[in-house]
Write a protein that binds this ligand. Sequence first.
Ligand code: DC
Length: 224
Amino acid sequence: MRGEENKPPVIAIDGPSASGKGTVAQRVACELGFHCMDSGSLYRLVALAAQKRGVALDDEAELAKLAQHLPVQFQGGEILMDGIRVTDEIRSETCAANASKVAAFLKVRLALLKTQRAFRKPPGLVAEGRDMSSTVFPDAKLKVFLTASTEARAERRYKQLMEKGMYASISTLLQEIKERDARDIERPVAPLRQDAGASLLDTTALSIEEAVAEVIARYRALVS
Ligand code: DC
């Protein structure tokens, strides 16, 4: 693509829920001094906005309108919707399940494309989600498909929620993760899968630090 070489570099990290990609993306961004985008939070925000405004989760047209005009502000680490802090609210398992439903609609995905691409600013961006490599940033410098076993992911999500003081049971989380995976993998629109140009990173046996170091090593190998 002409002009692509002048755009700030993107590291695209895709993978299933609770694979650790959010934490890894943030730390990689921090080490490289890059911006970071958690695209899942946008789908979660659409789901939350729908819930608050009484929009049905199967009303594609209305959901797309919400996605197009999300009343959202990102302030440092905080997310505000209609001026109210929703940083923790969007992390609930209900919101995650609803996000997975709204994310299955093509019109919602298209409505969020511009918002996602606007995060690409100098000196670079680490973007994490499901379709960063395939759709949102197909020209990403590095594409990583980050995953871990279902059990390891349920355990990580459990710890995350406990640290936030949110109650959870491992068996319920395991079931929810399996259901969400199935929905994300089987949906006809932008299904979760490893992009042809992405390299696999299985973090089941890796610490966060090791996963971060591996992503940075792969990036440096490409740009040096
Ligand atoms: O990464 P996450 O768990 O916050 O994502 C919440 C839901 O949003 C997840 O079920 C899949 C969906 N999603 C998506 O379809 N595409 C993205 N780029 C990011 C998230």
